[in-house]
Ligand binder design. Structure first.
Ligand SMILES: [Zn+2]
Length: 67
């Protein structure tokens, strides 16, 4: 499955398994600390940077089936 885009303030994730970089220090993060399902194909991942402890979120939109 391909996810077209996910954006959050200053962060872009190219796909669901993409690993964002910390907007504070640039460290590559490996796993979200939490994932919240908002419905309608929207997921929010919460990330915590191991290097600087900065916490941020990314939103992923999963395209639904075409009708
Ligand atoms: Zn960081």
């Amino acid at each position: 499955m391909r996810i077209d885009s996910a954006t959050q303030t200053g962060v872009t994730v190219s796909n669901l398994l993409g690993r964002p970089h910390c907007p504070q220090c640039g460290e590559t993060l490996f796993a979200a600390t939490a994932t919240e399902f908002l419905g309608r194909g929207r997921l929010v991942n919460t990330w915590s940077c191991d290097a600087c402890d900065h916490v941020f979120q990314t939103m992923v939109k999963v395209p639904g089936p075409r009708r």
